[in-house]
Write a protein that binds this ligand. Sequence first.
Ligand SMILES: *[C@@H]1O[C@H](CO)[C@@H](O)[C@H](O)[C@H]1NC(C)=O
Ligand SMILES: *[C@@H]1O[C@H](CO)[C@@H](O)[C@H](O)[C@H]1NC(C)=O
Ligand SMILES: *[C@@H]1O[C@H](CO)[C@@H](O)[C@H](O)[C@H]1NC(C)=O
Length: 474
Amino acid sequence: MALFRLKNASFGLIVIIAHLIPTARAGIGYFWHVTDFHYDANLTGAGDCWNGQKKNGGSGSSNQLHQSQHFIQAERFGSYRCDSTWQDSAARWIASPGDDGKNRVHEAVSAVSLLIRRYFPGTVVYPIVGGADVWPRGQTSFSNTAQPYHDLANLWRVWLPPEAEATFKKGGYYVIEQARLQLHLIALNTNYYSEVNYATAENEEMDPGGQFAWFESILLKARRRRGTVYIFGHVPPGIYERHYSRQALHWFQDRFNRKYLSLVQSYSDVIAGQFFGHAHTDSFRVIYDDNGRPISWILLAPAVSPREPGLAEGTGPNNPAIRLVKFNTNNGQVLDYTQYYLNLTEANANGRAEWRRAYNFTQLYKMPDVNPIALHNVAAAMLTHPNVFQNYYTVNHMLRDGLPYCGSLCRQVHFCSATQIDYADYDDCIVTALMASSRSSGISWKRRDAVSTFGLTLICVTLLQFILASLCVR
Ligand SMILES: *[C@@H]1O[C@H](CO)[C@@H](O)[C@H](O)[C@H]1NC(C)=O
Ligand SMILES: *[C@@H]1O[C@H](CO)[C@@H](O)[C@H](O)[C@H]1NC(C)=O
Ligand SMILES: *[C@@H]1O[C@H](CO)[C@@H](O)[C@H](O)[C@H]1NC(C)=O
């Protein structure tokens, strides 16, 4: 339950997709995937910030937010313990934030949206609703009211075509049909499926907002037209890869997780890519058919906000990041992506922000392009090739200094979360691996002893915590 509450501790989430098709080379297109701004209107670069460390229970009300403000010496370009600051003084004309949560959220989203409009006026932007872009956070009750989506639709009218606006106002989802490219961009509102969405968690509704039915109709239409789709969403399905415990951490409610997975499996022939955010980390997921053949993938883009996401204890922060995706405009095939990052330590030390290229997918992993088999091979190599794992692990934290050591359980969690979306399958994956590692003496890792000791220690600590917790309950 503690974890459940910590998961709620996110603020100012928004995903923006800018989609450009330059004419330089016919057949090659690019778009930016930028997510999790977590812009904190009250964070000036010299003031207080919410450090996300609060642990007493509470429902994420605005009261709780107030109590959890801590004074932290924030740095000019942001701090690993804080959300994003407002660096641009030219944009200070934004109204000062109101005190109640709703206004603060609306203003944070407005501020980021206006900034993007101001600096990228000619750019097409496809916004995705994040958990904290509506108020109450994540509480996007379909039965309740469509008001949050109306407000956001007004804010995002410049970007949303009229036909998208209609479904957006209804449920925060829409489709963009690029007729010329036979490529459909589907923007899902996955807040419906989140465990912290009490409205859907507390009833048996199978299709909140009618989104799954709509989603399937679009997939079917794309298949009939022999087109392809990209799926964009904020909260991702599957397991969080940076929570190193036997007990998995996830966001979707189980029934929605299974439903999403089965839709992707049924329509993998038309799905050219799935793009999500929310976790703040750089990772990926592979989806398999019933015979274990890799058939689809999800790319998880790292956050703009450097802050430790508050999703689980000790998961650690990242450097701020933005991603440029390269694709074939004829069939939607994702060819590569370039990941950019800001070395926050350096930026704050030098008083100057210098964004650099962290890596290109094809170069880092030595793969021809982004496809299900390539990603499956990368995931498999994480267990067999320490250098592949180290590369992945470094970019998973977006090249942050001082990475924590990752032992066998940690590695296994990364592998199992990358390859198992279904919660029960994930459990099997972890249990099998733990049993194998406790049994085997044949593993050829040089650091086997240290590695298995670490794994065992973790298990003992988890057990101990469990025992202590049950003693306390009595
Ligand atoms: C945000 O800043 C304003 C002005 O400094 C202050 O009045 C308000 O209490 C702050 N809000 C929170 C939630 O800290
Ligand atoms: C980031 O900057 C710090 C301070 O200059 C430096 O020690 C570190 O190596 C840099 N990290 C990367 C990935 O370049
Ligand atoms: C990697 O990305 C950079 C920047 O987009 C680009 O210049 C370079 O050609 C890419 N490398 C490969 C091998 O695609």
